[in-house]
Design a protein around this ligand. Structure first.
Ligand SMILES: *[C@@H]1O[C@H](CO)[C@@H](O)[C@H](O)[C@H]1NC(C)=O
Ligand SMILES: *[C@@H]1O[C@H](CO)[C@@H](O)[C@H](O)[C@H]1NC(C)=O
Ligand SMILES: *[C@@H]1O[C@H](CO)[C@@H](O)[C@H](O)[C@H]1NC(C)=O
Ligand SMILES: *[C@@H]1O[C@H](CO)[C@@H](O)[C@H](O)[C@H]1NC(C)=O
Ligand SMILES: *[C@@H]1O[C@H](CO)[C@@H](O)[C@H](O)[C@H]1NC(C)=O
Ligand SMILES: *[C@@H]1O[C@H](CO)[C@@H](O)[C@H](O)[C@H]1NC(C)=O
Ligand SMILES: *[C@@H]1O[C@H](CO)[C@@H](O)[C@H](O)[C@H]1NC(C)=O
Ligand SMILES: *[C@@H]1O[C@H](CO)[C@@H](O)[C@H](O)[C@H]1NC(C)=O
Ligand SMILES: *[C@@H]1O[C@H](CO)[C@@H](O)[C@H](O)[C@H]1NC(C)=O
Ligand SMILES: *[C@@H]1O[C@H](CO)[C@@H](O)[C@H](O)[C@H]1NC(C)=O
Ligand SMILES: *[C@@H]1O[C@H](CO)[C@@H](O)[C@H](O)[C@H]1NC(C)=O
Ligand SMILES: *[C@@H]1O[C@H](CO)[C@@H](O)[C@H](O)[C@H]1NC(C)=O
Ligand SMILES: [Cu+2]
Length: 578
């Protein structure tokens, strides 16, 4: 397989023309095209002694690996064989001028309906590490997810020693019943949705659940080797702590960007986040096996699935050892469920490499500042009916600057691109909270929120500073916010209310972490910066699907720039219609 066009440019073009156009080199050297077909289909899966017909890709659960090198073009034909509407999102892929391939339903495309197909077509630019793909309609990503593995370009190496092996570790959430029924019912009654029945590691709940010991992920290792674990949190609604008994790991990458390596024996990974870690095995056969466990971090008031998924780290015994059965089994210690100070400490350790080869292109000058107060709230229950929200007269809801975002019935990107808004969306998203209050103190008495399909319009290449302030309305919870189409730098983070006079003095503009999903702390804030250098319509939402369903989402519209490569091209001809 030809892996780079560079040699052919060097030989063929040089032969034909006697030179090779230097300006063409980066594009010619860009990489190869990788073709995939995703058949969306039903599959019967049994976990915890419950058999359920799930929706999967190609009959695989978790779904297939998408593998590419930085610079490659990826073409995925998605064919929908199920009765649900489906879209797939390539979570964290920047989609530079390829917004039609981003995937969130009714934001960048109408869904792929039963019997239809759509071909996603994009390149991987300036990213290496691990990302994930997942469905982006309702709660379908509960079973429709898989890894995106991005290797460095040919002749490029990792900025750390080459690992002996690489293993994707996907965290997920298993429901004994159809998650679509759960969220449909919850939105009707206004209640918090029923919680999952188990967490999973690579689709397997593990031995700590009833009727599940056969469904345990085993990581078989040799002593004295380094393994690269590609951690992905694909769980629907839960941030997870993870730890491997008697082992620590070195974090080397987050959201497909290398970070300054640091060691830890416990970590937090939020839905939508991905992180590569190096696991150095013990130098000799340890004569023991080790559990790796994940369980949630949660500070709210509601019910939660507080169960623990486990996999097994198993060393290959030396050949002279007659039996490796009945070895002692060590368990890790995870932080308590509400360990907010651990989370703050852990989160603060992520730093960009910020060196000559991998610079941190942090916006130093800010064109536009935004302050978004976000969190839970309530909607009034329809007259003469009983609801099951925080009170029997309210439904749970969530908002950003008091707007609970409503998905339109056609895609915003289409409406925008063809200049056919016709009330599909508005461009009046509030820059600040409509009524300032003590966000982390006593909530105001009226917690009802407004709604709309409200967006912010940004001229091309605007440098944006966005402070996201968590509120304590209903309950102070951590919200992992995901921005489509961009990476952002987390320049500041703190607890309590953001202070615009004091806090900016402590911003890190030198080596802040660059991510696509970052937690707004429970009862705290984060400040992020990014260049709006990607024309299109870009969704931003909490990656806890329950909060997204309640309206904790909005969209940015980034206008075309002046140059040809700064404009969004027309959509592919097979773009689904509504
Ligand atoms: C799942 O199981 C049901 C009941 O046994 C069966 O009718 C159906 O064909 C199975 N579906 C698949 C995709 O195997
Ligand atoms: C993918 O996009 C590229 C660039 O626009 C185009 O040349 C190519 O034909 C497309 N491929 C498919 C299969 O749509
Ligand atoms: C390994 O541990 C088992 C169980 O604790 C013990 O019976 C066995 O002797 C040990 N073997 C070695 C080689 O240390
Ligand atoms: C986990 O949930 C169960 C049932 O809801 C509850 O009894 C238990 O106390 C919870 N444990 C923790 C650590 O929150
Ligand atoms: C965490 O929960 C425990 C048990 O409910 C409680 O005693 C403790 O105060 C909580 N810690 C924090 C930081 O909220
Ligand atoms: C932060 O974590 C490190 C270990 O990773 C620990 O030594 C330190 O005490 C922690 N700091 C706080 C404030 O918890
Ligand atoms: C609510 O119920 C009362 C008494 O049952 C009835 O008189 C009233 O018309 C109802 N209101 C609405 C809006 O249905
Ligand atoms: C709500 O609950 C209160 C107290 O339990 C009860 O008096 C009231 O009738 C309920 N309201 C409705 C609309 O069911
Ligand atoms: C906000 O509320 C918190 C908690 O009650 C309190 O500690 C803080 O002083 C309040 N801040 C302001 C600015 O009123
Ligand atoms: C909220 O309501 C309580 C009692 O109903 C009242 O004492 C308080 O002043 C109100 N707070 C605000 C901010 O209106
Ligand atoms: C949106 O707000 C309007 C006006 O308050 C309300 O009537 C409507 O029910 C809300 N829609 C949703 C989906 O919450
Ligand atoms: C699928 O999407 C189309 C287009 O938006 C919509 O009309 C239809 O109601 C949807 N079907 C289902 C089952 O959600
Ligand atoms: Cu949230």
């Amino acid at each position: 397989m030809r892996t780079s066009y560079l040699p052919s440019c060097a030989s063929m073009a040089a032969l034909l023309f006697g030179f090779c156009l230097v300006s063409l080199l980066p594009e010619l050297a860009a990489g190869i095209t990788r073709h995939y077909t995703f058949n969306i289909m039903y599959q019967n899966v049994t976990r915890l002694c419950h058999t359920r017909s799930i929706i999967s890709v190609n009959g695989q659960f978790p779904g297939p690996r998408l593998v590419a090198r930085e610079g490659d073009r990826v073409i995925v034909k998605v064919v929908n064989h199920v009765s649900n509407n489906v879209t797939i999102h390539w979570h964290g892929v920047r989609q530079l001028t390829s917004g039609w391939a981003d995937g969130p339903a009714y934001i960048t495309q109408c869904p792929i309906q039963t019997g239809q197909s759509y071909t996603y077509n994009f390149t991987i630019i300036g990213q290496r590490g691990t990302l994930l793909w997942h469905a982006h309609v309702s709660w379908l990503r509960a079973t429709l997810y898989g890894p995106i593995i991005i290797y460095p370009k040919h002749n490029e190496s990792y900025p750390f020693p080459k690992p002996h092996r690489e293993i994707p570790i996907l965290f997920g959430e298993w429901f004994n019943v159809d998650p679509e029924a759960i969220i449909t019912q919850a939105l009707q009654t206004g209640a918090g949705p029923n919680v999952s029945d188990a967490y999973t590691i690579n689709g397997l709940p593990g031995p700590l659940y009833n009727c599940s010991s056969q469904d345990t992920f085993k990581l078989k290792v040799k002593p004295g080797k380094t393994y690269l674990l590609r951690l992905i949190n694909a769980a629907l609604n839960d941030e997870l702590f993870f730890s491997i008994a008697n082992h620590s790991v070195t974090i080397v990458e987050a959201d497909a960007i290398y970070v300054k390596p640091f060691n830890t024996d416990k970590l937090l990974i939020s839905p939508g986040q991905t992180t590569n870690v190096l696991l150095k095995t013990k130098p000799y056969f340890p004569n023991a096996t080790f559990l790796m466990e994940a369980r949630p971090y949660f500070t709210g008031m509601g019910t939660i699935d507080n169960s623990t998924t486990a996999g097994i780290l198993q060393y290959k015994p030396p050949s002279n050892l007659s039996s490796s059965k009945n070895l002692p089994l060590f368990k890790p210690t995870l932080p308590p469920i509400n360990a907010t100070s651990f989370v703050a400490n852990f989160t603060s350790k992520f730093r960009s490499l910020a060196n000559a080869k991998y610079p941190a292109n942090v916006p130093l000058k800010v064109d536009k500042k935004f302050f978004f107060a976000l969190g839970l709230g309530t909607n009034p229950c329809p007259k003469n009916t009983t609801c099951q929200g925080p009170t029997n007269t309210t439904k749970f809801a969530a908002s950003v600057n008091n707007v609970s975002f409503l998905l339109p019935s056609t895609a915003i990107l289409q409406a925008y691109f063809f200049g056919q808004n016709n009330g599909v969306y508005t461009t009046d998203f509030p820059v600040n909270p409509p009524t300032p209050f003590n966000y982390t103190g006593m909530p105001p008495n009226n917690t009802n929120i407004s709604n709309g399909t409200s967006t912010v319009v940004l001229p091309f290449n605007t440098s944006v500073e966005l402070v996201m302030q968590g509120t304590s309305i209903v309950s102070a919870e951590s919200h992992p916010l995901h921005l489509h189409g961009f990476n952002f730098f987390v320049v500041g983070i703190g607890s309590g209310n953001y202070d615009p006079n004091k806090d900016p003095k402590n911003f890190n503009l030198v080596d802040p972490v660059e991510r696509n999903t970052a937690g707004v702390p429970a009862g705290g804030w984060i400040a992020i910066r990014f260049f709006a250098d990607n024309p299109g319509v870009w969704f931003m939402h909490c990656h806890l699907d329950v909060h997204t369903s309640w309206g904790l989402k909005m969209a940015w519209i980034v206008l075309d720039g002046p140059l040809p490569n700064q404009k969004l091209p027309p959509p592919p001809s097979d773009l689904p219609k509504c």
